[in-house]
Design a protein around this ligand. Sequence first.
Ligand code: AMP
Length: 283
Amino acid sequence: MRIITAIAEMQAVAREFRSSGTLGLVPTMGALHSGHLSLIDAAKRDCAHVVASIFVNPLQFGPNEDFSRYPRTFDADCAALTSAGIDVLFAPSAETLTPAGATTFVEVAGISDRLDGASRPGHFRGVATIVAKLFHIVAPHRAYFGQKDAAQLAVLRAMVRDLNFSVEIVACPIVREPDGLALSSRNRYLAPEQRSRATILRGALDAAADLHARGERSSHALTATMRGVFAAEPSVIVEYAAVVDPGTLLPLADTTGGALIAVAAHLGETRLIDNHLIGADHA
Ligand code: AMP
């Protein structure tokens, strides 16, 4: 695996790759786990060449968020990516990708203020700006993202549509621990007692999905069920428990046409998210 840190070199190598087959890109912030590696596997199945990126994006962290303590495990990440068999790791420095004086940002209006964007102002502007830069530098045919970050997917799909990027966004299923907790680089922040309570996010989603499977279509009823599950664990602070359109992230009154049910909750200092997609009736 070749490690590239310079933009011009990445552009040249990506150009070569594109001329000889499908090029896939897997953007990450490192601290890799099996969720990230599932994106790499999907990219490897589809594409002749795979580039992964590691960049802890300063633009997507708020002033009181965990940028400085975000886990950085570069050597272990390189070992995992080497055994996964990718062609190139693009790992630019912050100075390279976000140079002082840059004044251009990508703002996906509306969607960026919903779900996670509501409590993390500027977060999706930071995500969209850096992913747009990665798309320009690598110009992949396909880019792989996790369904785990459902709001991020909606923002990036809107960006690709609105700015005419010729990249196909591929969404990959959520990879979970055996007890249902969605894998996340932030799970390592959890103290043991928080870790055992963290399954409540999946529990709330399961309760709502079960209710839907039994015929309930009212978003209000599904939301109340999720809130009821969370109420049993007052130390877990719910940020949102929502039933929304997966494309626009706007609230839905009912789930007949399909829906994204999504939760965010705080366990101490650690913020976790999870979601579940409900298909349209008769889809
Ligand atoms: P991150 O390093 O957290 O920015 O994540 C990089 C990519 O991995 C994003 O597209 C995430 O949605 C995806 N990802 C993170 N956790 C999971 C998971 N548990 N299952 C599937 N994809 C994931």
